[in-house]
Design a protein around this ligand. Structure first.
Ligand SMILES: NC(=O)c1ccc[n+]([C@@H]2O[C@H](COP(=O)([O-])OP(=O)(O)OC[C@H]3O[C@@H](n4cnc5c(N)ncnc54)[C@H](OP(=O)(O)O)[C@@H]3O)[C@@H](O)[C@H]2O)c1
Length: 253
């Protein structure tokens, strides 16, 4: 797919990895629907950076754990652009909790954001992507941003890992369900950005990226490049692409 003048929605795009994905799509000429949760100021700043690239940008706030707010996001998107070509499910929670301490509420909260929301967004996105018939080389594109913890079980991250494993399977199911008009792929980042609250210069982060075969942390822009690669890859669907410096070869700690 050529991204020039296409419409792309990125969830969790106010800052961090989602922002890098939105900027990468905007640099290719796509107009951006910039979804954000609570990061109002960062969303405004990112919207300015995107607008400076000469494309349209439409910031929209929604709590993705609420299906009604997801519906409102897509209603607003339809009203503003009337179409959708690319949807990137990047927003996610990242909760650590001892296995024995996880409550039903903890479980449901993580699943709502990390798995139910990407499903509902994919459903809404698919309807919008198919308003007009699509040519084979111009199929709609959904990209789910997963996590190596969804492939390799990491201690302390039960709900996160299960939700991301579900997201990877959702990718494959949706790739079949939505073919041939829509391609659905996943990107599995490794350590591309220190989690919020962790010092990127500190020992805890260094311990995580030092064990990766490429022996350095990645960059959020690496994930953006993978999304651009998937947009160009017209024969790719159901693919799960690691962007992890080789971490997948050794598994999570
Ligand atoms: N960072 C890494 O090294 C790494 C590694 C592996 C996988 N990943 C994956 O890459 C993606 C992006 O990573 P990241 O580190 O940038 O993620 P992040 O900072 O943990 O979260 C991304 C965004 O999700 C949004 N969000 C969370 N709960 C929400 C809710 N209920 N409603 C609406 N938005 C909500 C937040 O938006 P607001 O701030 O606006 O509230 C947040 O900015 C995630 O899917 C993550 O699992 C990242």
């Amino acid at each position: 797919m050529k991204l020039q003048d296409k419409v792309a929605l990125v969830t969790g795009a106010a800052h961090r990895v989602g922002k890098a994905i939105a900027l990468a799509l905007a640099q290719e000429g796509a107009h951006i629907v910039l979804h954000y949760g609570g990061s109002v100021d960062a969303a405004g700043q990112t919207a300015d950076e995107i607008a400076a690239l000469g494309v349209d940008v439409f910031p929209f706030q929604a709590d993705l754990s609420d299906p009604a707010q997801i519906a409102a996001l897509f209603d607003a998107l339809k009203e503003r652009f009337g179409r959708l070509d690319v949807m990137v499910n990047s927003a996610s929670s990242f909760e650590r909790r001892p296995f024995d301490a996880i409550t039903a509420e903890d479980w449901d909260r993580v699943m709502a954001v990390n798995l139910r929301a990407p499903f509902l967004c994919s459903q809404h996105a698919a309807r919008l992507m198919c308003i007009e018939p699509r040519e084979p080389l111009d199929a709609g594109l959904i990209v789910n941003i997963a996590d190596l913890i969804g492939v390799s079980p990491r201690l302390g991250y039960t709900q996160h890992g299960v939700s991301k494993a579900g997201l990877i399977h959702l990718t494959k199911i949706a790739a079949r369900e939505l073919a041939p008009d829509i391609r659905v792929n996943a990107v599995v980042p490794g350590p591309v950005m220190a989690p919020a609250g962790m010092d990127p210069q500190g020992e805890a982060w260094e311990k995580i990226w030092k064990r990766v075969p490429l022996n350095r942390p990645g960059d959020p822009a690496d994930v953006g490049r993978a999304v651009i690669f998937l947009a160009a890859g017209n024969y790719m669907t159901g693919a799960v692409i690691p962007v992890d410096g080789g971490e997948g070869l050794i598994g999570t700690p």
